[in-house]
Design a protein around this ligand. Structure first.
Ligand code: CA
Length: 237
Protein backbone atom coordinates (compact mmCIF):
# COMPACT_ATOMS: atom_id res chain seq x y z
CA UNK A 1 0.00 0.00 0.00
CA UNK A 2 1.41 3.34 -0.96
CA UNK A 3 0.46 5.58 1.91
CA UNK A 4 2.69 8.48 1.04
CA UNK A 5 0.60 9.31 -1.99
CA UNK A 6 -2.64 9.71 -0.10
CA UNK A 7 -1.26 11.06 3.09
CA UNK A 8 1.46 13.37 1.84
CA UNK A 9 -0.33 16.32 3.40
CA UNK A 10 -1.51 14.56 6.51
CA UNK A 11 -0.39 16.05 9.78
CA UNK A 12 1.65 14.16 12.34
CA UNK A 13 -0.40 11.86 14.55
CA UNK A 14 -1.60 13.65 17.66
CA UNK A 15 -0.26 12.52 21.00
CA UNK A 16 -2.51 12.42 24.03
CA UNK A 17 -1.02 12.18 27.50
CA UNK A 18 -3.11 10.36 30.07
CA UNK A 19 -2.39 11.15 33.70
CA UNK A 20 -4.44 8.63 35.61
CA UNK A 21 -3.31 6.44 38.50
CA UNK A 22 -5.80 3.66 37.90
CA UNK A 23 -4.13 1.44 35.28
CA UNK A 24 -7.35 -0.16 34.08
CA UNK A 25 -8.94 3.18 33.33
CA UNK A 26 -5.78 4.55 31.71
CA UNK A 27 -5.57 1.48 29.51
CA UNK A 28 -9.21 1.67 28.53
CA UNK A 29 -8.75 5.29 27.48
CA UNK A 30 -5.51 4.52 25.65
CA UNK A 31 -7.02 1.62 23.70
CA UNK A 32 -9.95 3.72 22.57
CA UNK A 33 -7.83 6.69 21.59
CA UNK A 34 -5.45 4.48 19.63
CA UNK A 35 -8.41 2.99 17.79
CA UNK A 36 -9.29 6.52 16.76
CA UNK A 37 -5.82 7.16 15.40
CA UNK A 38 -4.15 8.91 18.32
CA UNK A 39 -0.86 8.15 19.99
CA UNK A 40 -1.01 7.90 23.76
CA UNK A 41 1.34 7.96 26.73
CA UNK A 42 0.14 6.97 30.16
CA UNK A 43 1.43 8.24 33.50
CA UNK A 44 0.42 6.92 36.89
CA UNK A 45 1.61 9.97 38.79
CA UNK A 46 2.30 13.64 38.20
CA UNK A 47 6.05 13.28 38.71
CA UNK A 48 6.39 10.92 35.74
CA UNK A 49 4.15 13.17 33.69
CA UNK A 50 6.23 16.30 34.40
CA UNK A 51 9.44 14.46 33.53
CA UNK A 52 8.08 13.50 30.13
CA UNK A 53 6.58 16.94 29.60
CA UNK A 54 10.09 18.42 29.64
CA UNK A 55 10.94 16.22 26.67
CA UNK A 56 7.69 16.22 24.76
CA UNK A 57 4.60 18.38 24.60
CA UNK A 58 1.32 16.51 24.09
CA UNK A 59 -1.49 17.73 21.85
CA UNK A 60 -3.90 17.16 24.70
CA UNK A 61 -3.87 15.97 28.31
CA UNK A 62 -6.46 13.76 29.93
CA UNK A 63 -6.09 14.51 33.60
CA UNK A 64 -7.52 12.63 36.54
CA UNK A 65 -8.63 14.80 39.44
CA UNK A 66 -7.47 12.43 42.19
CA UNK A 67 -3.83 11.45 41.89
CA UNK A 68 -1.58 9.79 44.46
CA UNK A 69 1.11 12.47 44.57
CA UNK A 70 -0.89 15.58 43.80
CA UNK A 71 -4.28 16.96 42.96
CA UNK A 72 -5.28 17.08 39.29
CA UNK A 73 -6.38 20.66 39.82
CA UNK A 74 -2.85 21.58 40.88
CA UNK A 75 -1.50 20.06 37.69
CA UNK A 76 -4.04 22.01 35.69
CA UNK A 77 -3.14 25.22 37.50
CA UNK A 78 0.60 24.75 37.05
CA UNK A 79 0.25 24.09 33.33
CA UNK A 80 -1.98 27.08 32.83
CA UNK A 81 0.44 29.37 34.62
CA UNK A 82 3.41 28.28 32.52
CA UNK A 83 3.54 29.96 29.11
CA UNK A 84 5.23 26.93 27.53
CA UNK A 85 2.36 24.66 28.51
CA UNK A 86 -0.64 26.90 28.92
CA UNK A 87 -2.00 26.13 25.47
CA UNK A 88 -2.17 22.36 26.02
CA UNK A 89 -5.85 21.42 26.00
CA UNK A 90 -6.92 19.57 29.14
CA UNK A 91 -9.84 17.25 29.73
CA UNK A 92 -10.37 16.46 33.40
CA UNK A 93 -11.65 13.16 34.70
CA UNK A 94 -13.48 13.23 37.97
CA UNK A 95 -15.18 10.63 40.10
CA UNK A 96 -16.82 13.37 42.11
CA UNK A 97 -20.07 14.20 40.47
CA UNK A 98 -20.76 17.35 42.39
CA UNK A 99 -21.00 20.53 40.41
CA UNK A 100 -18.45 22.50 42.38
CA UNK A 101 -15.55 20.32 41.34
CA UNK A 102 -16.60 20.56 37.74
CA UNK A 103 -16.85 24.31 37.87
CA UNK A 104 -13.54 24.66 39.66
CA UNK A 105 -11.98 22.48 37.00
CA UNK A 106 -13.29 24.74 34.27
CA UNK A 107 -12.39 27.92 36.11
CA UNK A 108 -8.85 26.72 36.40
CA UNK A 109 -8.77 26.33 32.69
CA UNK A 110 -9.63 22.73 31.87
CA UNK A 111 -11.16 22.66 28.40
CA UNK A 112 -13.70 20.04 29.30
CA UNK A 113 -14.41 17.38 31.91
CA UNK A 114 -15.86 13.91 32.01
CA UNK A 115 -17.44 12.33 35.06
CA UNK A 116 -16.49 8.79 36.05
CA UNK A 117 -17.79 6.29 35.17
CA UNK A 118 -17.71 7.43 31.57
CA UNK A 119 -18.10 5.79 28.23
CA UNK A 120 -14.78 5.61 26.36
CA UNK A 121 -16.60 6.54 23.19
CA UNK A 122 -17.84 9.72 24.76
CA UNK A 123 -14.39 10.60 26.02
CA UNK A 124 -12.92 10.13 22.54
CA UNK A 125 -15.66 12.36 21.15
CA UNK A 126 -14.77 15.03 23.71
CA UNK A 127 -11.08 14.75 22.82
CA UNK A 128 -11.91 15.27 19.16
CA UNK A 129 -14.21 18.18 19.96
CA UNK A 130 -11.57 19.95 22.05
CA UNK A 131 -8.91 19.41 19.39
CA UNK A 132 -11.26 20.74 16.73
CA UNK A 133 -11.25 24.10 18.48
CA UNK A 134 -7.67 24.43 17.34
CA UNK A 135 -7.21 24.88 13.62
CA UNK A 136 -7.85 21.38 12.39
CA UNK A 137 -6.25 21.50 9.01
CA UNK A 138 -7.03 17.90 8.19
CA UNK A 139 -10.73 18.58 8.32
CA UNK A 140 -10.64 22.00 6.85
CA UNK A 141 -9.96 22.59 3.19
CA UNK A 142 -9.72 26.33 3.25
CA UNK A 143 -7.98 28.35 5.94
CA UNK A 144 -7.70 32.09 6.28
CA UNK A 145 -4.90 33.51 8.40
CA UNK A 146 -4.21 37.06 9.51
CA UNK A 147 -6.44 38.51 6.77
CA UNK A 148 -3.73 38.36 4.12
CA UNK A 149 -3.13 34.66 3.78
CA UNK A 150 -5.58 32.11 2.47
CA UNK A 151 -4.83 28.45 1.87
CA UNK A 152 -6.93 25.96 0.00
CA UNK A 153 -5.49 22.60 0.96
CA UNK A 154 -7.95 20.71 -1.20
CA UNK A 155 -6.77 22.49 -4.32
CA UNK A 156 -3.19 22.99 -3.10
CA UNK A 157 -3.49 26.72 -3.62
CA UNK A 158 -2.17 29.58 -1.52
CA UNK A 159 -3.26 33.19 -1.85
CA UNK A 160 -1.52 36.21 -0.37
CA UNK A 161 -3.69 39.31 -0.37
CA UNK A 162 -5.84 37.58 -2.95
CA UNK A 163 -2.95 36.84 -5.28
CA UNK A 164 -1.94 33.26 -5.95
CA UNK A 165 1.50 32.16 -4.69
CA UNK A 166 3.14 29.24 -6.47
CA UNK A 167 4.31 26.89 -3.75
CA UNK A 168 5.99 23.54 -4.21
CA UNK A 169 4.43 20.58 -2.47
CA UNK A 170 7.20 20.65 0.14
CA UNK A 171 6.60 24.33 0.85
CA UNK A 172 2.88 23.72 1.18
CA UNK A 173 3.54 20.86 3.61
CA UNK A 174 5.88 23.07 5.59
CA UNK A 175 3.30 25.85 5.76
CA UNK A 176 0.66 23.40 6.86
CA UNK A 177 2.87 22.05 9.62
CA UNK A 178 3.66 25.54 10.94
CA UNK A 179 0.01 26.54 10.80
CA UNK A 180 -1.07 23.38 12.56
CA UNK A 181 -0.01 24.92 15.84
CA UNK A 182 0.30 28.63 15.58
CA UNK A 183 2.98 29.93 17.92
CA UNK A 184 4.45 26.46 18.38
CA UNK A 185 8.18 26.26 17.70
CA UNK A 186 9.20 23.35 15.54
CA UNK A 187 12.84 22.31 15.59
CA UNK A 188 14.65 21.74 12.29
CA UNK A 189 14.77 18.05 13.15
CA UNK A 190 11.02 17.87 13.63
CA UNK A 191 10.43 19.70 10.39
CA UNK A 192 12.77 17.37 8.51
CA UNK A 193 11.11 14.30 10.00
CA UNK A 194 7.78 15.59 8.82
CA UNK A 195 8.88 16.65 5.36
CA UNK A 196 10.87 13.55 4.59
CA UNK A 197 10.66 10.83 7.24
CA UNK A 198 12.55 8.31 5.09
CA UNK A 199 15.56 10.45 4.28
CA UNK A 200 17.98 10.52 7.18
CA UNK A 201 20.79 12.15 5.21
CA UNK A 202 19.16 15.54 4.82
CA UNK A 203 20.89 18.46 6.46
CA UNK A 204 19.28 20.92 8.84
CA UNK A 205 20.24 23.59 6.33
CA UNK A 206 17.64 22.13 3.97
CA UNK A 207 14.94 23.39 6.31
CA UNK A 208 16.40 26.90 6.24
CA UNK A 209 16.37 26.85 2.45
CA UNK A 210 12.75 25.71 2.33
CA UNK A 211 11.79 28.37 4.87
CA UNK A 212 13.61 31.05 2.95
CA UNK A 213 11.86 30.11 -0.29
CA UNK A 214 8.50 29.86 1.44
CA UNK A 215 8.91 33.28 3.04
CA UNK A 216 9.81 34.84 -0.28
CA UNK A 217 6.82 33.32 -2.03
CA UNK A 218 4.49 34.42 0.75
CA UNK A 219 5.56 38.03 0.32
CA UNK A 220 4.04 40.18 3.08
CA UNK A 221 2.76 37.05 4.86
CA UNK A 222 6.31 35.63 4.94
CA UNK A 223 7.16 37.65 8.00
CA UNK A 224 4.63 35.62 9.98
CA UNK A 225 7.13 32.77 9.92
CA UNK A 226 9.58 33.52 12.70
CA UNK A 227 12.98 32.06 13.35
CA UNK A 228 13.66 31.25 17.00
CA UNK A 229 17.42 31.24 17.35
CA UNK A 230 18.88 27.92 18.29
CA UNK A 231 15.48 26.26 18.29
CA UNK A 232 13.65 26.38 14.99
CA UNK A 233 10.68 28.03 13.38
CA UNK A 234 7.17 29.02 14.24
CA UNK A 235 4.19 30.69 12.66
CA UNK A 236 2.97 33.69 14.57
CA UNK A 237 0.01 35.94 13.89
CA1 CA B 1 -7.43 8.63 40.56
Amino acid sequence: MNQSQNSSLDLPIKTIFILEDEPDIAELIAINLKKSGFKTKEFTNADLFYKQLKKEKPDLLILDLMLPDTDGLEVCKSLRSNSSYSSIPIIMLTAKADEIDKIIGLELGADDYVTKPFSPRELVARVKAVLRREIDLNNQDRVRVADILEIDFAKFEVYVEGKKAELTNTELKLLKLLLHKKGWVYSRGQILDYLDPDDKGVLDRTVDVHIKNLREKLGPAGKLIKNIRGVGYKFEV
